[in-house]
Design a protein around this ligand. Structure first.
Ligand code: 5GP
Length: 164
């Protein structure tokens, strides 16, 4: 069987603490944490508590359109964060994994024109990622099972008519 990287809820607890310690040890004191929904919400919440940052923002980025089609590039979904909230701030972008890096590149580029400093923290970074994250808990080239997405939804897929 193909080997997978299995992140359990318990392991995520210690991974996020270690990730926070990396940020703190580097002397980076973010004004706000920008999470990339949905996987980045868990990471941002954990980092927010561990780094004592209460100012959390969300960006919605998806690879899929409403018709379940994969795009060449990830797209930002509304609501887009208010640029005024980011202006001249030190921003820590939080996400679950940098795989191709396309998602984080979009977020980083969105921030770059406005903020004082933007850095990325991820639980996992894969070798092919075009964005090299400043803070990484673990590097892997395997497929990762995350505790928040390893199980299927408890409902039928929203917005989809199940088969004809
Ligand atoms: P990107 O290729 O833009 O760096 O990654 C985009 C998104 O693809 C990630 O935020 C994540 O939701 C999903 N993804 C990429 N690699 C993996 C993986 O190994 N496991 C899971 N569960 N999702 C992944």
């Amino acid at each position: 069987a193909e080997e997978r990287e299995n992140l359990t809820w318990e392991l995520f607890g210690s991974a996020s603490r270690e990730l926070a310690r990396e940020v703190a040890a580097d002397g980076f004191v973010p004004d706000l944490i920008l999470s990339v929904a949905r996987g980045g919400l868990f990471v941002a919440g954990a980092l927010g508590y561990a780094l004592d940052v209460k100012n959390l923002h969300v960006m919605n980025v998806e690879f899929y359109t409403g018709v379940d089609q994969r795009l060449d590039l990830p797209v930002m979904l509304p609501p887009v964060p208010n640029v005024v909230d980011l202006t001249r701030k030190k921003v820590l972008v939080a996400d679950d994994v940098a795989d191709t890096g396309a998602t984080l590149k979009l977020v980083r580029d969105f921030c770059a024109d406005h903020v004082a400093d933007v850095r990325c923290a991820v639980v996992y970074e894969k070798p092919a990622s075009t964005v090299k994250c400043e803070y990484v808990w673990k590097r892997t080239d395997r497929w990762i099972n995350f505790p928040w997405s390893v199980l299927p939804p408890v409902v039928e897929r929203a917005g989809q008519v199940l088969d004809a």
